[in-house]
Ligand binder design. Structure first.
Ligand SMILES: [Zn+2]
Length: 105
């Protein structure tokens, strides 16, 4: 890191922000839609298994706490929604849907 360019924001691998854990200390550049400048960001692993890039400022302000799954990683609510969406796309309706968590193993 160049001297005199000490960032005001800093995260370390393993730092947790909501449902996301910082993967790498290496920074990535994030371009916001409509923004002329890029932001400093890092790759983050969500509890649901997805990875995403989040800007440091968003992380530190608590704006970004998941990949977008809302942290509802694979719980019944999001599964039901996804199953319904898949069914609808295929021309089906879900009439009754029972989800039983398989905790064995
Ligand atoms: Zn997620």
């Amino acid at each position: 890191m160049p001297r005199g360019a000490k960032p005001s924001l800093f995260v370390s691998p393993g730092d947790r922000f909501g449902h996301g854990v910082v993967l790498l200390g290496d920074e990535v550049r994030i371009t916001r839609p409509g923004a002329a400048v890029t932001e400093r960001g890092v790759m983050v692993a969500c509890d649901c298994g997805s990875t995403y890039a989040a800007s440091l400022s968003s992380l530190n302000r608590g704006f970004v706490t998941s990949c977008g799954c809302g942290g509802q990683d694979w719980d019944e609510q999001i599964l039901r929604r996804q199953i319904r969406a898949l069914a609808r796309a295929a021309g089906y309706k879900v009439r009754s849907l029972t989800l039983v968590r398989d905790d064995a193993g």
